[in-house]
Design a protein around this ligand. Sequence first.
Ligand code: ADP
Ligand code: MG
Length: 717
Amino acid sequence: MRLFLLLAALGLLFGATSAAPAPADTTMLRINRLPGKGRLLLKKGWRYHAGDDPAWARPDFDDSVWDTLSPTRPRRELPVRLSTGISWLRLRFRLGDSLRRHDLLVNAEGRSAVEVYLNGRLVQRQGVIDADPATVVPRSRLSQPGQVSAGGPAEQVLAVRYAPWQPPLLIGTDRVPQLVPSLFSPKAFWQAQARERDNAQVFLVLLGFSAMLALLHYAFYRYNPKQRANRYFARFALAAALASFGACCMYTLNLNSLKEFLLVAGASNLLASMTGLWAVRALYALFSVRPGRIYAGLWVWYGVGVLAWMLAPFHPVTMYIGAGMGVLFTAEELRLTVRAVRQRRRGVWIIAVGFAAGLLASLGYVGTELLSASVLVTNLCIVAAFALPALGISLFLAREFALDAGLLQVQLAEVERLSAQTLAQEQEKQALLAAQNETLETQVAQRTGELQRSLTDLRATQAQLIQKEKMASLGELTAGIAHEIQNPLNFVNNFSEVSTELMVELQEAQAAGDAEEVTALAEDVAQNLGKIIEHGKRAAAIVKGMLEHSRTSTGERAPTNLNALCEEYLRLAYQGLRAKDKSFNCALETDFAPGLPLVDVAGADVGRVLLNLFGNAFYAVQKRQQTGEAGYKPTVSVNTKRLNGQVEIRVADNGTGMPAEVQAKIFQPFFTTKPTGEGTGLGLSLSHDIVVQGHGGTLAVDSRVGQGTTFTISLPA
Ligand code: ADP
Ligand code: MG
């Protein structure tokens, strides 16, 4: 890209020198020799006339009335008529003797169509002349020159029929020279054209080189999309390849008209400029710099350049924009490179060296251009100026690629090592787990055995405890019963003693023959015997009850008088307690519902429930009494009630009461707050079972700490 701009800039420079003011006109131009380069610019001595007349080609036509003019001036400095339609220019010249001995060539360049007549004979025709500047077909790029044969007349006349080309859209066409007629030595002319064609070879080389780069870096990008620099660099190379292709066409195709030439040149130039943008972008990616305002600015500048090229290819501003673009792109590339060098990016020196070498090659190119060195050297410089920086970036990328690959290799080895390690650890873990599982299983088996054993033990203990509870209640009962039996037994004993004494008295009375006394005494004895029988029966009933209680309940139900049952067991329980503790006293209150129907229950079972409730109640009031509370009167009451289809037995005490957390657990088996030996914790649990499961009733509790407790049994009547 820099090259094209360089070329353009140089063109502008030369254009400017060729547009230098011409010296005063003379009627006859004397030419004794050609300048060193073998080309003489025919700037002065021309006369012109607007209009079209074939006679104006004739050498003997008198043009002395025509105006003089210098056609190499920019079009806008020339008379208006010259730039609007067909007009003629004529030049009289005299060749020096030495020049007349050789053939010469005449060539007219410019943005126009021309016909050149030498001494009235048509020697060169370029483009198609038309009166309308918009339909004029401008000359082609590589033109066939007109012949000025050796040994011609000393004085000759050059007449140029001329029509300017003015495309309607283009701006600035009037800033370039109108017509550039020159006299050439044939050698110089053909050498110049050959040189243009040689340029094509340079660009052919560049085309191949860039296409290869594009392919390579695109492949790099495909294989490793993470390195985006390759993608941008591939774009850079592609644009360069296309631009080179355009340049090749520009120099080799014999484009018929300047229009097509400009089109190809424009496209080629824009593509060439685009390489700069992609090179910058590649460097951004390469050095991990986020493209920011500067990059956007470069694109804007490029856009402006494209517009300028399309609208005003001949305007100097376009050249300045293009040259500025080159400078800006290069500056940004340099800035990025310098930054990277400062940051000591590995291998960035390759790019830096590439740039430096490219810059040197560019300078070399300018040098060869100024010194007119051989075409080969010039072309080498051009290729080098472009290829060396590209090669630098390319090598850098390749190096990155190789380093990345090396790094990957190292990382791969590390990964392999780590995965092997992980695998080994995993296996070890598995083995450990298996071993642990085994021990766990044996432990579980062991524990299960132990649990099984303790469960069996527990069951045995439970059975024992239940038995104990039964025995405990039996113990209480026995004490009560013993006390109860004591009473009738005393009666029996007393009455027996009294009866024995009475019998002695009776025998004495009989012996004394006191019949009246005998009858009275016999009556007394009979009375006593009745009492003995009565109390004997009572004792027998008590024993029977005891036997019933100790017997395992059959659960057989019979119609039972609950009032009597309550009374009996209340007394039994109270006496049982008092047998153990003589000092204990308690008020017993009963309130039995009169006419309570017989209820179908298992009497022994309900008796056991009542015995337990009374036992608990007496224990609670005794405990409260033991606190020594002043004015405390221990009371246990029992009442029965008939309540729509139910019979309710209420056992209440004014003992210690229970907090809520105790109440929540009292029906659980083995829950007790009493010291060992005094309680089994089974009483209420068994009672609950008997009432709820055995009889389909309910057992409820209501208790307040420090106030007392009430248990309520509801049985379906
Ligand atoms: P045990 O009498 O062997 O302790 P129970 O099942 O008969 O077992 O009673 C369980 C617990 O309920 C008792 O330890 C006691 O804390 C509480 N309890 C039962 N009845 C009463 C009551 N009338 N007053 C206070 N606490 C009671
Ligand atoms: Mg109890």
